[in-house]
Design a protein around this ligand. Structure first.
Ligand code: GTP
Ligand code: MG
Length: 321
């Protein structure tokens, strides 16, 4: 199977667009127009007001941005078929869980794992990261991994332990896992762009966001901010999906359940982010604690697979049946 696709996303700088000088570029950035896409879809009137320029100049800038930006376009059916053919599967470490989700974590899709604290979400991310570096004949993707860590729960020691358990060299494995701490939701979103840069040099085949929603939840508090939060989450998830498509990568995200009734989602077993996250994720797995090291994984509202459950184990070696 081929590695990352050869599609190049060339993002021009604002200053490279005709009509945008340094001063205008600065005003644009200050107003939040940090990339060409946001300029390309803006109206001349709004842009003129923000940059204190004439509407006709603004219109010219918008047109140039439209030409320069990689909006993406139409693909023919056979191209989509070709892309679908390259879809890969990554083992979770548990055969039962792999089967539950149709043969392992799917590339070019988002898998969301949600559950309460200690349910094993972060452990699963560590295990999948190790597995992604394994060769394809062992259920891996023979790739590198990017982990966006929002809660400072990445543990290299755990990666080393899990690597040894499957006979991989711990140091070599750690070298293929790239971790960035995200300090807030905006930073988290920017890190997806950084990951895309890294993926130009390295065969990144998995992107982990652990946790997808924690920052968003902490920052957008109160009913009035719900729409904003959902919009930001939506943008973030589409950036992730795009990364998955371009690099034929697994996107693995974790999500908490509201421990106490959430202001927005009263049901305490509902994952944060509601339907925005739910509709963009292709696979949603609900993890809950059981006896000893056992966890119950449930596949929730999948379009093509039956809703079912399986039991997995979390132990020193990692995730197992
Ligand atoms: P939050 O991020 O707090 O929402 O939880 P989480 O779902 O990410 O939980 P996490 O994956 O961190 O699971 C932690 C649990 O995994 C621990 O309570 C242990 O039960 C188990 N665990 C983690 N490391 C080990 C280990 O080395 N050995 C064993 N036996 N179990 C472990
Ligand atoms: Mg965790």
């Amino acid at each position: 199977m081929s590695g990352s696709k050869t599609v190049q996303v060339k993002e021009k700088k604002l200053e490279e667009i005709s009509g945008i000088g340094p001063a205008t570029a600065e005003k644009l950035r200050e107003a939040g127009y940090t990339d060409l896409m946001t300029i390309a879809i803006e109206s001349p009137r709004n842009l003129a007001e923000v940059c204190e320029i004439g509407e006709s100049t603004a219109a010219k800038i918008i047109n140039s941005a439209k030409e320069a930006v990689d909006i993406g376009g139409f693909e023919t059916g056979d191209e989509i078929l070709e892309r679908r053919r390259s879809i890969g599967r990554l083992t979770t470490g548990s055969k039962a869980l792999d089967e539950l989700i149709g043969g392992g974590l799917e590339t070019q899709s988002i898998t969301e794992v949600y559950g309460e604290f200690g349910s094993g979400k972060t452990q699963l991310c560590h295990q999948a990261a190790v597995n992604a570096t394994m060769p394809e004949d062992r259920g891996g993707l023979n790739g590198e991994v990017v982990i966006i860590d929002t809660e400072n729960t990445f543990r290299p020691e755990r990666i080393a332990q899990m690597s040894s358990a499957v006979g991989l060299d711990p140091v070599e494995t750690l070298k293929r896992i790239h971790v960035a701490r995200a300090y807030n939701s905006a930073h988290q979103m920017l890190l997806v762009e950084k990951a895309a840069e890294l993926a130009k040099e390295k065969p990144v085949r998995m992107l982990v966001v652990d946790s997808l929603t924690a920052h968003f939840r902490a920052e957008y508090v109160g009913r009035g901010t719900l729409a904003e939060r959902q919009q930001a989450l939506n943008t973030h998830m589409h950036a992730l999906l795009r990364f998955g498509d371009l690099h034929n990568a697994v996107i693995l995200c974790t999500n908490q359940v509201a421990a106490k009734p959430d202001a927005f989602f009263g049901d305490p077993t509902r994952p944060i982010g509601g339907h925005i996250v739910g509709h963009t994720a292709t696979y949603r797995v609900y993890l809950r604690k059981s006896k000893a090291g056992k966890r119950i994984a449930r596949l929730v509202d999948s379009p093509s697979l039956p809703e079912a459950e399986c039991v997995i184990t979390v132990n020193e070696d990692g995730i197992r049946d």
